[in-house]
Design a protein around this ligand. Sequence first.
Ligand code: NAD
Length: 417
Amino acid sequence: MYNAFQVAKERFYLFAERVGLDRLYPRENLAERLTTPDRSVEVRLSLKLDDGSVQICNGYRVQFNDDRGPYKGGIRFHPVVDLDEVKALAFWMYIKTAVVNIPFGGAKGGIKVDYQALKPAEQERLTKRYAKVMISEFGAEKDIPAPDVNTGAREMAWIMDTWRMIHGRYQRGVVTGKPVEMGGSLGRATATGRGVIFCVEQAAKEIGLDLSSATASVQGFGNVGSASAVFLSELGAKVIAVSDYYGAVRNPRGLDIPALLLHVQEGGKVHEFAGGEAIARDDLFGEKVDVLVPAALENAINIENVDRIQAKLIAEGANGPISQDAGFVLMDKQVEVIPDVLCNAGGVTVSYFEWVQNRQEFYWDAQRVDDELRQIMVNAYQHVYETSQLHNCTKREAAYRIAIARVAEAAHRRGVQ
Ligand code: NAD
């Protein structure tokens, strides 16, 4: 059975051995230290539903590593959330913040719940309850939540409001991904997709792909998937297939992405979109395209379906969308993969900008956010590219080599007491 935390640890050990972590820091046991979360909190949440009945849900927050700065990571509300999934996501967060070299560690939180089945007032009560029981974990210099699957600006506003109610004062930097009206950053809502596309542009140059005439498909049409699709189509690429949880839509001439986005914002499902033909959800993976962006959940491309993949380039918008064994198959097929810990780091990077703006109470315009994000993503991509050339390895291994070196050195200097 797939276990994301197991996968995350195996990957880390593989790369740590290649880096020679034990040789560089003898007797410090850093591999074990860096694969063991600092702190895991699991709580029971009782939610009173609108009909008066009570639903019990498990809530989690895992603070994995803060050697390089405060814990940072999103909150996911989803029926398959469990402690191991949250640990894996928290693990990847501290690797990611190290790859793009922003001064944070890694954390993640979640609630195991069918959040979309709840009524809006129930959603608010559950989010505020979660924030209340976790309140001593959160803080602008301690642990800073952000959106992930099924959470967004609305949930961040509720968490910030709970923090303010309990502490009796503002601390805007306690969450990122807030509404702009409450101190959120311009550009945060689309930042992850923006970062994905900055990476895709670099990779396209590297493999000689002209994006203005390229084809693409996008799995998942939420925050990351929809923004990735919008930016790809703005570059002239034809996005020929898009999926969500309920199905997929296809149009070989290219989907009208702004119209599809509007359709979804109005409550429609992607397969109901009139501008294409509905196809089975996972048939999206068999589409012959230049660029594939998996932007849904972990383990989407696995040993069962990897043979169907015909893309030249895969940009991991989601966290952990390619299983380890499927990754080896893609390597043999010479499919270029931009790893999640680099590719989707645009979200946490603009979260960092938001936190900086909150601390200064001085707000940037959208152009500055975009320029600074581009600079960080392009530099990180180049660093990963050069490291992969130097060690003749995949970009994933290169990204881990960079992250492990940064975090291990910080852990070593901090020492043990
Ligand atoms: P979201 O809730 O906004 O969207 C998720 C989308 O995936 C929805 O359209 C949903 O219908 C779809 N989906 C779910 N299961 C699917 C399936 N089996 N097949 C096809 N589509 C499916 O979530 P999001 O914030 O866009 O996050 C997506 C991924 O990106 C996650 O792995 C998340 O951890 C990662 N991520 C998000 C951010 C961010 O800023 N939101 C940042 C970095 C990484």
